[in-house]
Design a protein around this ligand. Structure first.
Ligand code: FES
Length: 221
């Protein structure tokens, strides 16, 4: 039986062209050398593996499942109210919040959530503003921009729209307080948002995952 040692050569400092050693035909001394070298190499590799596994530290947790409380702050949007025409909309992400700043037909400034409460379609992808009502471009749900109140739920296209509406609980649209900053309102539009919204969303996500496996609060054991 031939015992290959060449593949171990680099780790024990022997050239890669080390001869093959045949345990049946080769001289005893060479056979012994080959076996000892292989055994030595194995122990070196095992020791190196052990050392590296001891060095390996645990992966640091990059998430939390704690309850994150809201932290409200006025955030500048970079949009001046004077730049917006009546019924015009501007989508932005402010401190992790997807918002839609716009003006009603009468020119009143408003700020609502950009994601439709039905299935999360961005309103900025073609919503209409009619009076002080915003209409979702996908299934025609409509909401008052002043308080987010639901007016119509999933009315289009016929049959399909109302069917999609059945599978999701009816909800109002999110509304954000907004104001015009600067002297006499000449500056940027500012929006009052929860700067912890993204953190809270992520914490709820991880808590949901861990709870589903019965690991976070132990209630499943
Ligand atoms: S996504 Fe807006 S009504 Fe369906």
């Amino acid at each position: 039986m031939a015992l290959e040692v060449a593949f171990l050569a680099p780790s024990v400092g022997v050239t890669a062209r080390a001869p093959q050693v045949h345990t049946s035909a080769g001289p005893k001394s060479r056979t012994g050398f080959g076996v000892k070298m292989a055994a030595g190499a194995c122990s070196v590799i095992a020791a190196a593996g052990l050392a590296s596994s001891r060095k390996r530290s645990k992966t640091a947790a990059r998430y939390t499942t704690q309850t994150i409380l809201p932290s409200l702050a006025w955030i500048k949007s970079g949009v001046k109210a004077s730049e917006l025409q009546p019924t015009e909309l501007r989508a932005l992400t402010l401190a992790g919040n997807d918002v839609l700043i716009g003006k009603t037909e009468a020119g009143a400034l408003f700020c609502v959530g950009n994601l439709c409460p039905h299935i999360g379609t961005p309103m900025s992808e073609g919503a209409d503003v009619i009076g002080d009502v915003i209409v979702c471009p996908l299934h025609g749900s409509s909401f008052k921009v002043t308080n987010g109140e639901l007016i119509d739920w999933c009315v289009s296209p016929p049959v399909i729209g109302p069917l999609t509406g059945l599978i999701v609980e009816k909800k109002n649209l999110l509304v954000f307080e907004c104001r015009q900053g600067g002297f006499l309102g000449s500056g940027e539009v500012e929006v009052l948002v929860d700067t912890n919204a993204k953190k809270a969303y992520e914490a709820n996500y991880w808590k949901g995952l861990l709870d589903a496996q019965g690991k976070d609060d132990g209630t499943y054991y």
